[in-house]
Design a binder for this molecule. Sequence first.
Ligand SMILES: NC(=O)c1ccc[n+]([C@@H]2O[C@H](COP(=O)([O-])OP(=O)(O)OC[C@H]3O[C@@H](n4cnc5c(N)ncnc54)[C@H](O)[C@@H]3O)[C@@H](O)[C@H]2O)c1
Length: 428
Amino acid sequence: MKIAIIGLGYVGLPLSLQFARSGVTVLGLDIDPAKVKSLNAGRSFIRHIRSAGVREQVAAGRFSASTDFARVREAEAVIICVPTPLKQNREPDISYIVNTGKTVAPHLKKGTLIVLESTTYPGTTEEDLREVLEKGSDLRAGRDFHLAYSPEREDPGNPDSRVADIPKLVGGCTPACLKRAVALYRKAVKTVVPMSSCRAAEATKLLENIFRSVNIALVNELKVVYDAMGIDIWEVVNAAKTKPFGFMPFYPGPGLGGHCIPIDPFYLTWKAREFGQNTRFIELAGEINTAMPQYVVERTAAALNSRQKSVSGSKILVLGLAYKANVDDDRESPGYHLLNLLKKRGAKVAYHDPFIPVIRPSREHSCWAGTKSTAWNRRAIGSFDAVIICTAHRTVNYRQLARWARLIVDTRNAMAGMKTQPGQVWMA
Ligand SMILES: NC(=O)c1ccc[n+]([C@@H]2O[C@H](COP(=O)([O-])OP(=O)(O)OC[C@H]3O[C@@H](n4cnc5c(N)ncnc54)[C@H](O)[C@@H]3O)[C@@H](O)[C@H]2O)c1
């Protein structure tokens, strides 16, 4: 069997490799020629995906990459994993899905299965994607080709999380579409969960991400409240999680990051308006989470103040720029909000991140592109008036930090159990 996977990013690449390992021949398609060249040469461009794994599948002839989208003709099934960001005004931007549909449609053959994996609002597959595919191909979904939705559940940086072990939800436009899609994923994934429709599968993915956003907002709010009462939120969450039922832990932090949690809930907010519905939990969680970087800046100002210093003129280091620990993904990272807010208040800012030696150009933080990670040594780290732990990578030596840094603002409880001086560590 040969399939095509469109969009070789954090979702599409591991999925391609999993299908290839399962014996399916995979043609990876991407608009970025640099990624295609790198993969065909057996090199991964994502830190937690090993190049050896790519090389193995390329050498076995089970995986190759291309920018030639006409080659979808060669595939029995096409899986779409392209980005779904928000526009400036926080409305969904499904243009990547629509453009992919337009590109694929003229090459669509009878009997092909098309599956969308990108996170999006209910209705995207059966309304938006179906329309462009049918228009550009003169074929009908459900009659001439099959159409389905199956959301990706990726946990980047978690070594225990493997694509094959994560149950896969699948919804189809018709019972036949569902059957085809279930059969496809069963080749590569242990558990496939059939659902009644594409819309229900789209809605489930949004529930999963909204659940995280709301619960993170809840602990972030409690962090501020408990701090005012002199209670440590980390101690409280760790104690609560000893309860064997009815509780699952979420941890506070400097704000949301990544491609999913800060963005996806607003896909539903937008679509809900079409039905005259409000999404108050989503809005409130968004409000609380987006206020977190400002809270961290205020705590940093208070910490500096305790040393007779002001934010303006101080040298401040943001430690950990990736949006979560142990990955090199800096999309939507709250670290950038901290850098921007502190710079605006007159601080001299820098960052250290072992996984991001230099900030790559991007649409979101173009002004920081080219900035290099500060060296990790006593002289460099000791030269800062304050260090803010934004993301707690495992490979950072926090014992050294305790010895080298004058003042530490800890948003991740990374300094717990370390020997530090009185007044040296401020929780935020
Ligand atoms: N990253 C995650 O952890 C994660 C988890 C679950 C779901 N998702 C969802 O999966 C989707 C993809 O996310 P990602 O993190 O893999 O994004 P990504 O930016 O890492 O990868 C997207 C890839 O698509 C390519 N691309 C862009 N436009 C294209 C087009 N028109 N045709 C072909 N390729 C194109 C880009 O070059 C890039 O390689 C999003 O909807 C996201 O919300 C992501």
